[in-house]
Design a protein around this ligand. Sequence first.
Ligand code: SF4
Length: 537
Amino acid sequence: MQDKFKNKTQVPVSVQLELDFRLRTPSFDGTRWRMAERQTKPKMKKIQRISKSQYLKGVQCQKALWLYRRRPDLIPPVSETQQALFDMGHEIGNLAQDYFEGGVEITAPYNQTERAIEDTRKAIHDGNSIVFEATAASPDGAFSRIDIFRKKGASDTWDMIEVKGSTGVKNYHIDDIALQRFAFQGAGYTIEKSILMHVNNQYVRYGEIDVGQLFSLEDCTEVVRSRIEEVRPNLVQFLELLNKNQEPDIPTGGHCFSPFTCDFIGYCWQHVPEISVYDIFSGARLEGLLGQGILNIEDVPSEFGMTERQAIAVRSIRENRVHADIPAIGDFLDSLKYPLYFLDYETINLGVPLFDGTRPYQLVPFQFSLHVQEQKGGDLVHREFLHTDRTDPRPELAGVLVETCGNKGSVVVYNQSFESRVNRDLADAFPAYTGALLKINDRMVDLLVPFRSRSLYHPAMGGSASLKSVLPAFVPDMTYDDLAIQDGDMASVKYLKCIKGLVPETEKQEIFENLRVYCAQDTLAEVRLLEVMYQFG
Ligand code: SF4
């Protein structure tokens, strides 16, 4: 199950995709770079330059920038899931280079700035008109590598092309490419266009990857020109800050997650209670409470304006009791039609599609678990499907699903938008199953709804309706903690390793077994939560 309701320690995919491609290179990955940085930058050495990724940290939070440079020991290790995202970014970066013919790459390691700058100048002097990983630094401390540096014909002007794994231009991309433009202009280059090259999510793969279709190029020159005015004052401020020994005193807040989930949550958030105002409120209400120094739910003033959903959560936490809207729960239970089919998918979604007929980031199911219950309180029958080779899992999965889901009774899922979207894509791709798959969608009942709407709310849910939050709150004897695979992202990463042949056969079989256990746990969790609802309904 892809858990849409992440807790505060998890890192969204979109964030990872924005990380600098240099951190993803297998020859010099993020972990080793950080280690090298620790070894080569004595604490007292004056900091005179900051890179693009550091600049972005500073724009988000100056304390994050300071900690990154001055306390690298606090940077958490790169997880297997994060590394998989770095690897995907690296793959996208390589394909982006294929888009441009005849380029030369600057290969100096990331921490050898002067060599990279010199190699870039030499590559240009030698007449190269496309330079990958071109590097420059401005005298006032901006340092940048650009994915593609492209000369404009016979002129002495250049276009800068930054590659992103996202499917569009985001606001923070503009800060990113503004810093790059500033660095190269400051180094003496004449820049014409600032272009963002991102993944085209309308591309459909057939055969070899068509890089001409996989990417879209968007000219961001005008908006970058307006943003570039902010770069110099920011740089001055950031460098001054970095050369102070005093850690900046910046309180936690919504900025800790926007636009990126900060690396230092574990350090800065130690004073934040396990369940706090962050879990219940957002936007102006959250800022209002934080402004009053209120973190504990118990301290929220009784007259504080809040929505009904927020009021339910606050009351439940304060009184430490379950809230149950009996009529609403009854209506939900009345909507169920037996036999019940408790369904859950595991999927992969890759920036570079793996199979013919799929788009970038399309959800491609490779596994499902199905618990079937003929009548209320009746025995459970478990069915499952796991595709175990490199071929497209969808046709076989669709056939088995249609066969095992029958044609009557409710199909119970947790977060219907996810499962129904997978079914719609399958229905589009495989006409033989279109009618049956759409009928399965018509039969779907979303078990998430009563928890998200807070018809049933447990104080231990901490404001989250995620299955991983709801289950331990209501069914404490059932946990994911002991499972080798504990979430959908990890399931996807492990599965990809298997089908790409990156693990030995014995480990592969072990992973497949762990996947079966994990997916079955998700549908069994749905069964148990429905039992909980019957206790109230
Ligand atoms: S956790 Fe928040 S306050 Fe701390 S460094 Fe990160 S963004 Fe800044």
